[in-house]
Design a protein around this ligand. Structure first.
Ligand SMILES: *Cc1c(COP(=O)(O)O)cnc(C)c1O
Length: 371
């Protein structure tokens, strides 16, 4: 094999990232106070079109903090999609509330509003849509359900920086939004996260809880059990530099998706990302779904791809199949979890890389008599 290995994802760190991180280091403000934190929050809020943004240690703590600031407690229920990264459901469980698992739409893979409606009870306190793999959830439909019941919508936007719903950026479309800056996300701070909101009271509560809920009147007196969910100035410096380049990153992701569409023919039972006409996807992940797959055949396919120097990853597992959330699996989520996979996409990929991946994908599908 002379061709080099193509990973599923990798971060893009350039001279500007280096410059700002070194400036933060040289300033001496290496911990969780520093000018880059304020700047990152202000610029991220502006980017999302929200009044407030609060930087946190990662996306998971951001979700947990947002739910704590909303006052969730044991006995409450939060509706989350069955197909997501486990952090979505875990963040609900950390508060003592119960994650209620709803089915997803077969096209955009986000919460199915009809499934959500059927799961509302007097205990439902929030709906937490996930903009899965970069595609926004159907926010109007979900907000309508939430408004009818007086409950909150919290966007898990960890995978969808810059995605748009009907021309509006995610993060400001519900009560609050939560982003992740993990190394494989649209922009990275190494580890990091952000809560975005237009709700001043929610922002204030989250800000207080982020730093142990210390009393403003009396140092080292704590009226609540808070957390240390702070980000560092070093991470924020990286974030400021990454955010400067987000348009460039998103344009390339869309371009990569186009290249994939040119080389992998979509057919009956073979699909790439489906995008609704009301959506602009961030294309965090390139998605390939083959209806004839099951877990075993998909694994076989991914092994063959790996032997040809190309990385891939299966879709997330359905939450309902895991020991801590086990229950009957909603049909669409279960089917997608078993048949979908993600192909490589990252800023430095070339059209030739995508052509190589595409022809290997087509060749393997043919060899498995699936194309
Ligand atoms: C990455 C991710 C998170 C968690 O973010 P971390 O920064 O890794 O804690 C939460 N939800 C979804 C959907 C994610 O993809």
């Amino acid at each position: 094999m002379t061709d080099s290995f193509i990973p599923i994802s990798k971060p893009t760190i350039g001279p500007r990232e280096r410059e700002l991180v070194l400036a933060a280091l040289d300033s001496g403000w290496v911990s969780s106070i520093g000018a880059y934190i304020d700047q990152f929050e202000a610029e991220f809020a502006r980017y999302c079109g929200t009044r407030y943004a609060l930087a946190v240690s990662n996306g998971t703590t951001g979700l947990h903090l947002a739910l704590e600031a909303l006052g969730l407690k044991p006995g409450d229920e939060v509706i989350v999609p069955d197909l997501t990264f486990v952090a979505t459901a875990n963040a609900v469980a950390y508060t003592g509330a119960t994650p209620v698992l709803a089915d997803i739409d077969p096209d955009h893979l986000c919460l199915d509003p009809a499934a959500v409606r059927a799961l509302i009870t007097p205990r439902t306190k929030a709906i937490m849509p996930v903009h899965l793999y970069g595609h926004p959830a159907d926010m109007d439909a979900l907000n309508e359900i939430a408004n009818a019941h007086g409950i909150a919508v919290i966007e898990d936007a960890a995978e969808a920086h810059g995605a748009e719903y009907k021309g509006r950026r995610v993060g400001g479309l519900g009560k609050c939004g939560v982003f992740s800056f993990y190394g494989n996300k649209v922009i990275t701070t190494g580890e990091g996260g952000m809560i975005t909101t237009n709700d001043e009271a929610l922002w204030q509560r989250a800000k207080r809880l982020r730093d142990h809920a210390m009393s403003p009147m009396r140092r080292y007196f704590h009226e609540d059990r808070g957390f240390n969910y702070r980000i560092t100035n070093l991470q924020a410096a990286l974030g400021v530099a990454q955010l400067e380049r987000i348009d460039e990153f998103l344009n390339r992701r869309a371009e990569i998706m186009d290249w994939y569409r040119q080389v992998i023919p979509v057919a009956d039972g073979i699909r790439l990302n489906r995008v609704k006409n009301w959506a602009k996807s961030a294309y965090w992940m390139v998605c390939l779904e083959v209806d004839a797959f099951d877990v075993t055949r998909r694994e076989e396919f991914m092994q063959l791809l790996k032997a040809r120097g190309i990385d891939s990853r299966p879709y997330f597992c359905a939450m309902s199949t895991m020991p801590m959330y086990r229950q009957a699996t909603p049909p669409v989520a279960g089917r997608k979890a078993d048949t979908g996979l993600n192909l490589p996409s990252y800023f430095e990929m070339t059209k030739a890389d995508v052509q190589r991946i595409g022809s290997e994908v087509n060749g393997i599908l043919k060899s498995m008599s699936l194309m």
